[in-house]
Design a protein. Structure first.
Ligand code: ADE
Length: 260
């Protein structure tokens, strides 16, 4: 069982974690999710979580005092507000594995499919959603004493806060857990799993508005179909994401297709 804890000042923003595929993964005991309001760890009447930045500048910075208490509480008790599973889940590796704190920020390292695969092998992911100009850096520095910590960005654009990034990361991770996707031929054919973009897909009818499905897909010749799909993947990647080709494993035949 993977445990996900999210700390945010907008718990309602995380409602989609309980819907569709993610919600079903919770119902099936594959993942358990706790969403926590950061303001529960404040002590003042205003329940204030931010303050002006040292050194000046625009915006506000989230206070280390509030974050520190929240993370202290959550790191030790990964079942704060969820009922425990009825059956003891099978061990997911090292029992004294440290939690992984994920801090979404536009200033982070890019989040990729290989990060999703790595996160899917962990037991406890803790997400800290920043708002405003971010979280006092000492929170991350301090947390790294007792947790693994990664600051990650989901893309080269700036969101208002980390909540949507958490939804993105959680979905990318949870769909990789055994039992979450039905009988897909594993994840081997996903875009990025072989370093290339996935090619086009088709379903019935064979002809729609004068557009026919490529003949090869109806041939029943699986070697030929696999080769066609590989070629489409290569062409699409070359056109849309040529940067990915440098890292992909390509054979002589692949290179011929790309040279066409
Ligand atoms: N918070 C704000 N912008 C973000 C981004 N691009 N990625 C992750 N977290 C963010």
């Amino acid at each position: 069982m993977l445990r996900l804890d999210v700390v945010t000042v907008f718990p309602d923003y995380l409602a989609p974690l309980h819907l569709a595929l993610l919600g079903r993964a919770v119902d099936r005991g594959i993942v358990s999710i706790g969403v926590h309001d950061l303001r529960d760890w404040t002590h003042d009447v205003h329940r204030s979580v931010d303050d002006t930045p040292f050194g000046g500048g625009p915006g506000m910075v989230m206070r280390p005092t509030v974050w520190g208490e929240a993370l202290d509480d959550l790191v030790g008790s990964p079942s704060v507000d969820d009922s425990p599973p009825e059956v003891e889940p099978p061990s997911r590796g090292d029992d004294d594995e440290r939690p992984l704190l994920i801090v979404p920020t536009p200033a982070g390292r890019p989040f990729t499919q290989s990060d999703a695969q790595r996160y899917a092998r962990r037991r406890h992911l803790l997400f800290a959603c920043g708002r405003y100009e971010g979280i006092d850096q000492r929170v991350v520095d301090e947390a790294s004493q007792v947790m693994d910590v990664e600051e990650v960005s989901i893309g080269d654009y700036v969101l208002i806060g980390g909540e949507v990034a958490v939804l993105v990361i959680a979905e990318a991770v949870v769909r990789l857990l055994p039992g979450v996707l039905g009988n897909r031929r594993s994840h081997e054919e996903d875009s990025f799993s072989d370093g290339l973009l996935e090619g086009p897909s088709y379903t019935r009818p064979e002809v729609w508005r004068d557009r026919a499905v490529p003949e090869v897909l109806k041939s029943g010749n699986h070697a030929k179909i696999d080769r066609w799909r590989r070629d489409e993947s290569l062409r699409r990647t070359a056109e849309r994401r040529p940067d990915l080709l440098a890292a992909a494993e390509l054979d002589a035949r692949d290179r011929e297709v790309l040279a066409e």
